[in-house]
Design a binder for this molecule. Structure first.
Ligand code: AMP
Length: 145
């Protein structure tokens, strides 16, 4: 998919927002939802998405909604750093398939990084449910604590 085209309301993140598909939810408010990436590129890989905007990418969301998305992204980045104590943290976002986008609902990636440990393959290896559940519980506790 290129940068241009129609928003598909059947994309997986739209289904997650509507509660039609499951997710390992970390945080939700009226505007933003955050959950663990099912195919993490590193331990703690988290996704943050706008709930109201039918935006495929950064260019299709209004500035107010983008600010709300970024506010939560910053807050959850801090939560991940506090809980997992990584050596670095990558915050990334892709627009269009040639740029690496595979799900066409705008999202921010937050990826904790450890020194000397390369990034896992993008959207390739599904994490164990037990590992995701345990991590979800740790992070939710810190978010709400
Ligand atoms: P991107 O390639 O930037 O569009 O990122 C999409 C991300 O969504 C990838 O990191 C995938 O691993 C992740 N992903 C795909 N399907 C799901 C899902 N059902 N639940 C959680 N993460 C997903």
């Amino acid at each position: 998919m290129s940068l241009h085209g129609e928003y598909d309301p059947q994309n997986i993140f739209a289904q997650i927002i509507r509660g039609e598909a499951p997710c390992y939810k970390l945080y939700e408010d009226d505007d933003v939802l955050a959950f663990l990436d099912l195919f993490p590129q590193a331990f703690g890989h988290t996704l943050v998405i706008p709930k109201r905007a039918a935006a495929r990418n950064l260019l299709e969301i209004d500035a107010d909604a983008l600010c709300k998305l970024m506010r939560v992204t910053q807050r959850l980045t801090q939560v991940l750093v506090d809980e997992l104590q990584p050596d670095g943290v990558q915050v990334a976002q892709f627009n269009g398939a040639p740029a690496g986008q595979t799900v066409f609902h705008l999202h921010m990636h937050i990826i904790p990084r450890l020194a000397g440990q390369g990034l896992g393959i993008h959207a390739a290896n599904q994490a164990e449910p037990a590992e995701l559940e345990e991590l979800q519980a740790r992070l939710v506790k810190r978010i709400s604590g």
